[in-house]
Design a protein around this ligand. Structure first.
Ligand SMILES: [Zn+2]
Length: 286
């Protein structure tokens, strides 16, 4: 069985770009971020740590390994600031993010059509050498250095293949795991990536009579949430009936406020625009 070269490269180098686009490479259209969990960042001992990961992935199942034909993911982001190259992109399948949830996260389901092997065929898989359930991804520890490396790897991969930041997924979007760790939030990582790619982050807005309503709209997956009281005040709707839908942080899903607003004669129309999600509020036609 083929061993991978496990090249130790600078994620912002020509060598890494050349590795990604070697002859025969298959072009990823998404990425999946992982953490190794074990080894944690504090346990990293140079390239040999990734050699050990490969050995575990390729060891037969009967001997306690995974029984794969090569190391699972396409890259490993290390606390030394380097990416260790993994499974070559010319393979017709990668082995890091099979869909095992019966209900994958909504965007992951949309992009994959729910096909179990979609991410392993179409998404570059990056393992971050860290345990982000317990090690902090921000600050100056080894796990934070791994995370910064991961962001640099993702920036190169997304730029080289022209993948937008909102095609970055987390392993937990498709599998019953915390991966890449409870301390990471996908929207924050996507926003970081978008900034590094120079993409204008799409900004959600609520529009009433052509003017923006200041109610801090935010997207949670494909649903919009707003600060409920300023939103209802702009419509002259008493907050009382909306009470059950307002969360402790003062926010509410627009979809849950819609019936309360409809009772007061307001129509809410959601549109996904290139410049960002829009909620248009208008008087219902009599
Ligand atoms: Zn994972």
């Amino acid at each position: 069985m083929p061993k991978s070269e496990l090249l130790v490269l600078d994620p912002q180098s020509n060598e890494f770009e050349a590795w990604l686009t070697r002859p025969g490479f298959r072009r990823p259209v998404a990425t999946v971020l992982h953490h190794t969990w074990v080894p944690a960042a504090a346990q990293y001992r140079g390239r040999q740590t990734i050699v050990n990961v490969e050995a575990f992935h390729m060891k037969p199942v009967a001997q306690g390994g995974r029984g794969w034909r090569a190391i699972g993911a396409n890259g490993y982001a290390t606390p030394e600031g380097k990416v260790v190259t993994g499974r070559n992109l010319s393979y017709d399948d990668w082995a890091h993010a099979k869909i095992t949830l019966s209900k994958p996260e909504s965007e992951a389901r949309k992009v994959s059509g729910g096909q179990a092997g979609w991410f392993n065929r179409n998404a570059y898989g990056l393992e971050t050498v860290a345990n982000f359930d317990s090690e902090p991804p921000y600050g100056d520890g080894p796990a934070a250095r791994s995370f910064e490396t991961a962001m640099r790897v993702l920036t190169t991969v997304h730029r080289v293949f022209g993948i937008p930041a909102d095609r970055l997924f987390f392993h937990r979007d498709v599998a019953d795991k915390s991966c890449p760790g409870e301390r990471l939030a996908r929207e924050a990582v996507r926003a970081d990536l978008a900034a590094r790619l120079g993409e204008a982050a799409p900004v959600a807005k609520v529009v009433l009579d052509g003017a923006e309503v200041a109610c801090a709209p935010m997207m949670v997956g494909d649903r919009m949430t707003v600060e409920a009281l300023p939103f209802l005040a702009a419509l002259g709707v008493a907050p009382g009936p909306a009470g059950p839908f307002i969360h402790a942080n003062g926010r509410a899903f627009v979809g849950e406020l819609a019936p309360v607003c409809a009772a007061e004669g307001w129509e809410l129309a959601y549109r996904s625009m290139p410049q960002g999600p829009r909620l248009y509020v208008k008087r219902a036609q009599q």
